[in-house]
Design a protein around this ligand. Structure first.
Ligand code: NAD
Ligand code: UFG
Length: 341
């Protein structure tokens, strides 16, 4: 029996594939490379010394997806495939709704047809909208502030309806906080297209000299130093959370949401200082206006994941900065070309 990983060539997917293979799972990966490169798949094999099946398939192509289920004995699906850039989702909302929602609907239909009723879904802390206070527990009211967030919220609702219609489904909705860092080998990591939107890849590109300076969005937030506070979580810890969620859904039915974060909030300035400390690189920055839609503080209460999944993040901000930089330094152009070691 195999675990199907949709979007397995991407940032979080590739790290999860490594953990799955290392734990002895057989996996089948599908990806359309809309936001990733085939090189990441080679490196999964390089790191694990294990082979696995890959299909270059778009989830929107139902026939091709059926072939994957027909040719493999799929036990459960970890569903990462989706578009994730908030700003882009405002520019091209229909494309986001179509790709993320229709892609998930088609996946669910095919799963149902092949009697595969176990899914771990990549949701996001974005479904909490503007939380009234922190830390955030899973029972907070849900809201979305942009089309990307709405796709996550709508998919959560669709999966809840699916479970209500047939309670043989076992589904985990994993609400990630801010994934950063990279595999400690430096061989896989985050490889954003163009100028990064997110803090850590931006800092990395300033450190490597690709970008001149970081713009810190806002200095007057209600936080300890005025800059935005987030719950950064190491991508390898996050990947391990998927294995715990998988164990749970394989042995039970039901649908449940879990926060995956560390439970600790760090400001933008905390991250810069930490990065500078562990890498000895100076990060030039200046303050600019707030970014529209940003909130002051966002961090998780992780009690539920600890109690019900037996999962807890183990890596700290220093590990995250060190591993992000190791990946960036040894792959200055990401997966684009052969790297120096
Ligand atoms: P990513 O873009 O690196 O990976 C997503 C992968 O899905 C890519 O390889 C892309 O090519 C593939 N894909 C997209 N649409 C597809 C389709 N229609 N068919 C087949 N493949 C398709 O993103 P990531 O950071 O690894 O995120 C994985 C998931 O986690 C996404 O659903 C994202 O929304 C969610 N998430 C990410 C973050 C974050 O900060 N990285 C936070 C919360 C939630
Ligand atoms: N920031 C800057 N300068 C930058 C980029 C970010 O100051 O160039 C600040 C932001 O204002 C924020 C913090 O750094 O205070 C983190 O910003 P990110 O863009 O890295 O992350 P967000 O918390 O805004 O959003 C991320 C994902 C979303 C997801 C959300 C919750 O990008 O998709 O976490 O999971 F919805």
């Amino acid at each position: 029996m195999s675990i199907l990983v949709t979007g397995g060539a991407g940032y979080i997917g590739s790290h999860t594939c490594v953990e799955l293979l290392n734990a002895g799972h057989e996996i089948v990966v599908v990806d359309n490379f809309s936001n990733s490169k085939p090189e990441s798949l080679k490196r999964i094999t390089e790191l694990t010394k294990k082979e696995y099946k890959f299909y270059e398939v778009d989830l929107l192509d139902k026939k091709a997806l059926e072939t994957v289920f027909c040719e493999n004995q799929i036990e459960a699906v970890i569903h990462f495939a989706g578009l994730k850039a908030v700003g882009e989702s405002v520019e091209i909302p229909l494309h986001y709704y179509y790709n993320n929602i229709t892609g998930t609907l088609i996946l669910c239909e095919v799963m149902k047809k092949y009697d595969v009723k176990k899914m771990v879904f990549s949701s996001s802390a974005t479904v909490y909208g503007f939380p009234k206070h922190v830390p955030i527990t899973e029972d907070f009211p849900l809201a979305a502030t942009n089309p990307y967030g709405r796709t996550k919220l709508m998919i959560e609702e669709i999966l809840k309806d699916l479970h209500s219609s047939d309670n043989n489904w076992g589904i985990a909705l994993l609400r990630y906080f801010n994934p950063i860092g990279a595999h400690e080998s430096g061989r896989i990591g985050e490889d954003p297209n163009g100028i990064p939107n997110n803090l850590m890849p931006y800092i990395n590109q300033v450190a490597i000299g690709k970008l001149d300076k970081l713009n810190v969005f806002g200095s007057d937030y209600d936080t300890h130093d005025g800059t935005g506070v987030r719950d950064y979580i190491h991508v390898v810890d996050l990947a391990k959370g998927h294995l715990k969620a998988l164990e749970k859904i394989i042995s039970t039915t039901g649908i449940d949401a879990f926060n995956l974060g560390t439970g600790v909030g760090y400001s933008v300035l905390d991250v810069i200082k930490n990065f500078e400390h562990v890498t000895s690189q100076r990060i030039a920055y200046s303050f600019t206006h707030r970014r529209s839609g940003d909130i002051d503080k966002c961090y998780a209460d992780t009690t539920k994941a600890m109690k019900e999944l037996g999962w807890k993040a183990t890596k700290n901000l220093e590990d995250m900065c060190r591993d992000s930089w190791r990946w960036q330094r040894s792959n200055p152009k990401g997966y684009e070309e052969e790297t120096f070691k």
